[in-house]
Design a binder for this molecule. Structure first.
Ligand SMILES: C[S@@+](CC[C@H](N)C(=O)[O-])C[C@H]1O[C@@H](n2cnc3c(N)ncnc32)[C@H](O)[C@@H]1O
Length: 292
């Protein structure tokens, strides 16, 4: 993973009278449709065979997830299905869900080409119960750039809980809000990281308008505006607990699956960490919660 994720170009809270949350979510859908062809052609995703499904996982994830054979697994916000494929490879009956029609067209094409038996459902996460009907799951996996697109974690956690069977687990692996708060010193000869962005959500949704996505490749052709919501760890854990799920693992790790800053160095498993002269801070967290 040699591609650096670009710093988000935020212009702050939309002004009074700005778009509704529903309009922001629609803008995000168009933005993800526009990103899809760039991602499919990118070295970052390595869909030409240069990356494997397993590259996207840290060993601790498989440890926390346990034996997936014969389990019904739902992957929320699955994008191109690169991670969904790894669950099927471990014997799960895997369903990927995403609102981007373009991403799911590619996910289905890739699954067919690789001979994997995967199901993909197009839906906004907020409408997942309607889209999935009476299907219920043993495992719901999500993350690595997913929660930031969801405005209301209370609603999200209730949806997750409703889709799990009793005894089922949510496994969330997400970029740590501290990572999102870091940024390089704004001086060309100094790469030290500083606290440059909000950790908490106080300023409301963050609007970006950039033709660049986080992979290599050409600029987006259109739909360059997108919206993100910050979610601190306290908000995440509270939402999950209040939805009736018991949190049994909360890991914070100094590893990240791709290179966010130029100065990052690769670890043994191909994941990335800050250089040894930087403080050791969490870049990613994993939360496992069980439905009683
Ligand atoms: C960064 S990807 C996360 C998936 C995976 N970790 C990856 O890196 O490929 C974010 C995905 O969330 C999807 N997404 C964003 N908001 C969504 C929503 N409200 N409902 C369903 N999917 C959504 C986007 O279409 C995109 O495919």
């Amino acid at each position: 993973m040699t591609t650096q994720m670009r710093e988000p170009e935020h212009s702050g809270t939309p002004p009074q009278g700005g778009p509704t949350v529903a309009a922001m979510v629609r803008a995000n859908e168009a933005n993800w449709d526009a990103r899809t062809p760039v991602h499919v052609a990118s070295d970052f995703y390595g869909l030409d065979g240069s990356r494997t499904a397993d590259d996207w996982f840290a060993p601790f994830e498989w440890q926390d997830l346990g034996d997936l054979r014969g389990r019904d697994l739902l992957h929320l916000q699955c994008h191109l299905g690169t991670e969904t494929a790894a669950f099927a490879d471990r014997g799960a009956r895997a369903v990927g869900l995403d609102f981007s029609a373009a991403a799911l067209t590619e996910a289905r094409r890739l699954a067919t080409a690789s001979g994997r038996d995967l199901t993909f459902v197009r839906s906004d996460v907020h409408r997942a119960p309607e889209a999935l009907g009476d299907r219920r799951f043993d495992v719901i996996y999500t993350g690595k750039g997913a929660l930031c697109y969801l405005p209301d974690l209370t609603a999200w956690a209730e949806i997750v809980a409703s889709l799990l069977r009793p005894g089922g687990m949510l496994y969330l692996v997400e970029f740590h809000p501290l990572l999102d708060a870091l940024g390089p010193t704004p001086a060309p000869d100094n790469q030290d990281l500083l606290l440059r962005h909000d950790y908490l959500a106080g300023r409301g949704p963050l609007r970006s308008d950039s033709p660049h996505t986080y992979t290599d490749g050409p600029p987006l052709a259109d739909a360059t505006a997108s919206y993100e919501w910050r979610h601190g760890l306290g908000e995440v854990v509270t939402a999950v607990s209040c939805a009736g799920l018991r949190v049994d693992v909360l890991r914070e790790t100094e590893q990240a699956p791709w290179k966010r800053f130029d100065t990052m160095v690769p670890g043994d498993n191909g994941w990335w960490r800050l250089p040894p002269d930087e403080p050791i801070v969490p870049l990613l967290y994993a939360l496992r919660a069980t439905k009683g």
